[in-house]
Design a protein around this ligand. Sequence first.
Ligand SMILES: [Fe+2]
Ligand SMILES: [Fe+2]
Length: 350
Amino acid sequence: MYGNDFGAPDDPAGQSLLDQVEAAERELRSAAERRLAGDDHLQGYFEAIIEADQKVEPRDWMPDDYRRSLVRQIAQHAHSEIIGMQPEGNWITRAPSLKRKAILLAKVQDEAGHGLYLYAAAETLGVSRDELVELLLSGRQKYSSIFNYPTLTWADVGAIGWLVDGAAIVNQVPLCRCSYGPYARAMIRICKEESFHQRQGFEILHTLAHGTPAQREMAQDAVNRWWYPSLAMFGPPDSDSTHSERSMAWKIKRFSNDELRQRFVDMCVQQASVLTLSLPDPDLRWNAEREHYDFTQPDFDELMQVVKGNGPCNRQRIEHRRRAHSEGAWVREAAAAYAAKRAVREPAGV
Ligand SMILES: [Fe+2]
Ligand SMILES: [Fe+2]
């Protein structure tokens, strides 16, 4: 499967995830050209946009709850990209070769870029990036719990790329069709880059799995540790998911947590066999009736513990982020001073 964007086995059209991203991009462009029958009433107009699969843009009226829900989701997503730089960033100085170092450096920089696109998308909803950063640093907004697990060996960089970026893609490809235009457009670009991340992780694991017995063991150990936390990335089961129903009605979310988790499992089984590594689930087997793999659910109590701040690295991650933020104050000040000087020297429109 290396070198090929993994096709979801349950996808009737047989499209790869990247094909789906391309299709969403085309749809996004054509939505902008469609005209809506005029409805002067704001709520009616908003509902008509959603109904017609058009995009809600920053200039459009939108219900407060829709705005709040998007800010929460986009901010959490942006924070995850930024905090997610830490577990892999830890390995930049210890990458086993110059080539691996350059690739990992580029990957971690991509994640910073994803954070930037997403903070910019959130700002179109009327919040400032400073406010959002403050909400993260004070613990009032969350980031994905997966980044509260430690990276113990070099193989973890492979397992994160394959499983964590892989799960992120499965979660995020449907967001390319999200009803809010700036978020959908950011997701298209992000998904294309995540596809590269997933492949680099797969390639690291493939190399280790075909290396010395010790390297192979290291790869298997990393997969064993990252498998269930990756399954937990899809969130609580549908029966306990608080925000899902409304997000689906607003077409922010297109598939439920459980549907996406199943799609991810089906995809990984095939890829694990190419890696010649096993997934740590004795009950993983094909169910011909459902045409999906049966699998053991992740430990959702553990997920809730990590969400509440009791994961192995919660404190370390946020302390590191706070320190980086305060040590970077001079950079923000210098950038603001430079922008102010330029504005005087080159007034807008000149
Ligand atoms: Fe990312
Ligand atoms: Fe990524």
